[in-house]
Design a protein around this ligand. Structure first.
Ligand code: ADP
Ligand code: MG
Length: 249
């Protein structure tokens, strides 16, 4: 009997380079995220963390190298690209909810338009997701009527509505008032425990310590360290990581 083929990692980046004009923002980046893992990306401002996230659902094309999601190379355009974007959920610092739609309509929108889900089913799923993130009682309100923490939980529900295979979070709590950070991190921690594959850019070190399987540290467009949270926080290897931790801890 032959051994079963191992499942491909959910995300695989190899030899990725990205330039903005003369600026080399991703330098020979290699990163694998196995299914079910939570990887926290740390690094100083301008180190390329957002760009890294954005390349994975092709909001930014790369100049060199390969990126695969669940074993499939990123499609360049068309229907395949729409399918990729559905598989890779993304949550940004700014919640990007549609201001003139109710919360439940925001969550239903992509399943209706992209997945062609019947409206009744889309609404049912949306309400279940709003329940899961703890804001079902806000479903008929408009984004501006919600707190920042509630809006970000709605944005997470909206991403989950497409049944993504992986979720990317780019500083999801950075725009929130301090008292609202934890409610968003709690939703993310629950997702992680349920087995969602997650790539999370954050400055929340408590979340990195508790929820991350791995910490990836970036500086100047390079992945400088890739280790367990225990090793990273107790014994960072590079001077750049030591400097970074010295400034934020
Ligand atoms: P981080 O998220 O770690 O703060 P970014 O990925 O946003 O870093 O940015 C990495 C570098 O690329 C920075 O120097 C930033 O100014 C630059 N950059 C980001 N987006 C663009 C863009 N669209 N055009 C030109 N330069 C950009
Ligand atoms: Mg950023």
């Amino acid at each position: 009997m032959t051994a079963p083929t191992p499942a491909p990692p959910m995300i695989r980046m190899a030899g990725v380079d990205k330039f903005f004009g003369p600026l080399h923002v991703l330098k020979d980046v290699a990163l694998e995220v196995p299914k079910g893992q939570v990887v926290v990306v740390l690094g100083p401002s301008g180190s390329g963390k957002s760009t890294l996230c954005r390349t994975i659902n092709r909001l930014e094309p790369v100049d060199k190298g390969t990126i695969e999601v669940d074993g499939q190379p990123l499609p360049a355009e068309g229907k395949d690209l729409a399918r990729l974007r559905a598989d890779v959920g993304m949550v940004f610092q700014s919640f990007n909810l549609f201001a003139h739609k109710s919360i439940v309509d925001n969550v239903m929108l992509a399943p209706l338009k992209v997945r062609k889900t019947p409206a009744a089913d889309a609404r049912k799923t949306a309400m279940e997701l709003l329940e899961r993130v703890g804001i079902a009682n806000q479903a008929e309100k408009y984004p501006a009527q919600l707190s920042g923490g509630q809006q970000q939980r709605a944005a997470i529900a909206r991403a989950l509505a497409m049944r993504p295979k992986v979720m990317l979070f780019d500083e999801p709590t950075s725009a929130l008032d301090p008292e609202m950070v934890q409610e968003v991190l709690d939703v993310m921690t629950t997702l992680a425990k349920e087995g969602m594959t997650m790539l999370v850019v954050t400055h929340e070190m408590g979340f990195a310590r508790k929820a991350a399987d791995r910490v990836v540290f970036m500086a100047d467009g390079e992945i400088v360290e890739d280790s367990t949270p225990e090793d990273f926080f107790s014994a960072p290897k590079s001077n750049r990581a030591k400097d970074f931790l010295g400034k934020i801890l």
